[in-house]
Design a protein around this ligand. Structure first.
Ligand SMILES: *Cc1c(COP(=O)(O)O)cnc(C)c1O
Length: 503
C-alpha cells in the first residue's frame, strides 16, 4: 500500500475503534447541578421497578466522543446519498426525503395494528388508495399488499396458482423457469411443492416459442417469467407465451421486480400475465440497502382473487373499510397484520407525487442504462445485443485475457468512489457485470461512472496487478464475504480484544 494511503488510514476518521475502547472511568456526557432537595435512594423509591446499577462495562465517554464515534462509523458505509449505486437487479434509486417525512407523520408512524378498525380508517384508506394505484400501474384486477419482500410475493403468487389448480382437481407438478430468471424463482417453486423445469434462452436472450410449445404439457402449473429478464432485455413475445400457456390451462407468473423498466409505459395485465409481484422497495422508492424492510405486493387477475391471503381490505356501505379475515378459499395468512405499513406509505407518497410522471422515471431509467451501454460497448464485452431496458449486462471476457475478472473490476470501482455493480449474475453470462444506474443519476454522474470504468479497463491492460489487488483506499481490503454472516461477533467483553486496524 502506498505511504500516503497508509497515512490517511491512520487518521481516526478511518481507524475508529470500538466505543468501549474509548471509555475512561467516571467520564460523563452530562453534568447535573448540585441537588437542592434531599437525596432519595432510588432502589427504595422505585421498588421492583428499580433496574439496578446499569450495564457492566458500559462505555463512559463524553458527548463529543459519542457523536464523533457514530458519525465516523456512518462515513464508512456507501450510500445512495453519497453517490451512484449501480447494483444491477436491485434498483437502488434515490428515495425522496419527503417520503420519509410522510412515513414519520404522527397518526401514521404511531398507529397500532391492534387498535379498533373504526379508529384506523385513515390508515386503511391509504392501503386502499395504494391498491388502486398498483392495479392501475399493473393492469390487474386484485392485489394483496401483505408480502414483505419480492421473494415472499413470489411464494404467495405460486401458492395462489396452486390453489387454483387444486380447485380444478389437480395441483399439477411442474413450474417452467427460463435460465435468465432470478434465483428466487426456482427456490419459490420448490418451496411451493413443484418441480422446476428449465427453459433455455435463445441467443437473443428470449424464450424460444417453438420449444415452449413442446414443454407446456398438462403437468405444467405455470411459467415464471422475469420481464424484463435479468439480462435487462424485454421478452417481446410475452403475449404469445401467455396464449401457449393458457391453451394448456397453465398460468403465467411475472416476476415484476424489474418494473422500473415498465411502470407507466406498459401493463403486464394487458400482456396476458395472470399474477405478478412488485418490489415496492425497488421500483417505488424505499431505501433498501442493508436488507430491508421491503414490500412485495401480489397483483392477480380475477380467477385468482378468491385465494388471496387474509385479511382482504373490503369497502362496506358508506365507504367504511374493514379487514375481512373470513374467506373460505384463501391460502391463509402470509404475514402479520396488513403488511409493512411504513413501506406502503412511502410507495403511495412516491406514486402520488409523480402521478403520470412515473412514465418519465421509467423512460429516464432506460435512457441512463442505454447511455452507459453505448459508451462502454467495445470497452467491455456485450454478450446479448438486444436493446437494454433498465440495466445492461456486460461480461469480463476482454479483461480475462489479462487475468482480471468482474470481481476485481468491481472492487477497483470502490477506489473510484462508486458502489460496485452486481457481479457474476445473471448466471447465464459468465463473469457478468450487471449495471443499473436508475433514473436518479444525472448525465454528469453517469459520465463519471463511464470514465471510471474506462480507466479501469485501461489499467486491466497496462497494470492488471493494481486491479487484482483492489480496493486500495478503503479501511479494509478484500474480506471473507461469508464469515461476517456465518461467524458474527456481536458482543464486546470488557477487557476483550482490541478491534483490528486496517492492514
Ligand atoms: C430483487 C429481485 C427478487 C427478490 O426480491 P426480494 O425483495 O429481494 O425478495 C426477485 N426477482 C428479481 C428479478 C429481483 O430483481
Amino acid at each position: 500500500m502506498n505511504d500516503n494511503i497508509k497515512k490517511v488510514l491512520r487518521h481516526p476518521t478511518q481507524s475508529e475503534g470500538l466505543i468501549f475502547e474509548k471509555s475512561s472511568p467516571g467520564k460523563r456526557a452530562f453534568d447535573l447541578p448540585p441537588l437542592d432537595v434531599p437525596p432519595v435512594d432510588a432502589a427504595k423509591a422505585l421498588g421492583e421497578f428499580h433496574r439496578g446499577g446499569g450495564v457492566e462495562g458500559f462505555p463512559e465517554v463524553s458527548e463529543i466522543e459519542v457523536l464523533r464515534h457514530f458519525t465516523r462509523l456512518s462515513t464508512w458505509n456507501y450510500a445512495i446519498d453519497l453517490g451512484m449505486y449501480p447494483l444491477g437487479s436491485c434498483t437502488m434509486k434515490y428515495n425522496p426525503r419527503v417520503n420519509e417525512f410522510v412515513a414519520r407523520l404522527a397518526g401514521l408512524a404511531t398507529e397500532h395494528p391492534y387498535q379498533p378498525q373504526e379508529l384506523s380508517q385513515g390508515c386503511l384508506k391509504i392501503l386502499q388508495l395504494l391498491e388502486k394505484c398498483l392495479l392501475e400501474i399493473t393492469g390487474m384486477d386484485a392485489v394483496t399488499l401483505q408480502p414483505a419482500a419480492g421473494a415472499q410475493g413470489e411464494l404467495t403468487g405460486i401458492l395462489l396458482i396452486r390453489a387454483h389448480h387444486e380447485k380444478l382437481g389437480n395441483p399439477r407438478k411442474t413450474v417452467l423457469i427460463p435460465d435468465s430468471a432470478h434465483g428466487t424463482n426456482p427456490a419459490t417453486a420448490i418451496i411451493a411443492g413443484y418441480q422446476v423445469q428449465n427453459i433455455k434462452s435463445s441467443d437473443e436472450g428470449q424464450i424460444d416459442i417453438a420449444r415452449l410449445v413442446e414443454q407446456v404439457t398438462g403437468d405444467v402449473a405455470a411459467l415464471m417469467l422475469t420481464n424484463p429478464s435479468t439480462l435487462g432485455i424485454f421478452e417481446q413475445r410475452i403475449a404469445e407465451i401467455a396464449k401457449v400457456l393458457h391453451a394448456k390451462g397453465a398460468l403465467l407468473y411475472m416476476d415484476g421486480a424489474n418494473m422500473n423498466a415498465l411502470a407507466g409505459v406498459t401493463r403486464p395485465g394487458d400482456l396476458g400475465v395472470d399474477v405478478m409481484h412488485l418490489n415496492l422497495h425497488k421500483t417505488f422508492s424505499t431505501p433498501h440497502g442493508g436488507g430491508g424492510p421491503g414490500a412485495g405486493p401480489v397483483a392477480t387477475k380475477k380467477i385468482l382473487e378468491p385465494y388471496l391471503p387474509v385479511p382482504v381490505l373490503v369497502e362496506k356501505e358508506g365507504g367504511r373499510l374493514v379487514l375481512d379475515y373470513h374467506r373460505k378459499e384463501s391460502i391463509g395468512r402470509v404475514r402479520a397484520f396488513g403488511g409493512n405499513f411504513g413501506v406502503l406509505v412511502r410507495a403511495l407518497a412516491y406514486i402520488l407525487a409523480y402521478g403520470p410522471g412515473v412514465r418519465q422515471a421509467t423512460e429516464d431509467a432506460v435512457l441512463n442504462a442505454n447511455y452507459i451501454r453505448k459508451h462502454l460497448e467495445g470497452v467491455f464485452d456485450l454478450p446479448y445485443t438486444r436493446p437494454s431496458m433498465h440495466e445492461v449486462v456486460f461480461s469480463d471476457a476482454l479483461q480475462k485475457k489479462h487475468g482480471v475478472n468482474t470481481m476485481d473490476i468491481a472492487k477497483r470501482l470502490i477506489d473510484y468512489g462508486f458502489h460496485p455493480y452486481t457481479t457474476a449474475f445473471p448466471l447465464i453470462v459468465p463473469g457478468a457485470l450487471m449495471i443499473e444506474p436508475t433514473e436518479s443519476e444525472s448525465k454528469e454522474e453517469c459520465d463519471l461512472f463511464i470514465d471510471a470504468m474506462k480507466s479501469i479497463a485501461r489499467e486491466a491492460e497496462a497494470d492488471p496487478e493494481v486491479v487484482k489487488t483492489a480496493p486500495h483506499t478503503t479501511r479494509v481490503r478484500r474480506l471473507d464475504e461469508v464469515a461476517a454472516a456465518r461467524k458474527p461477533v456481536l458482543r464486546w467483553k470488557p477487557g476483550g480484544k482490541k478491534s483490528e486496524a486496517a492492514d
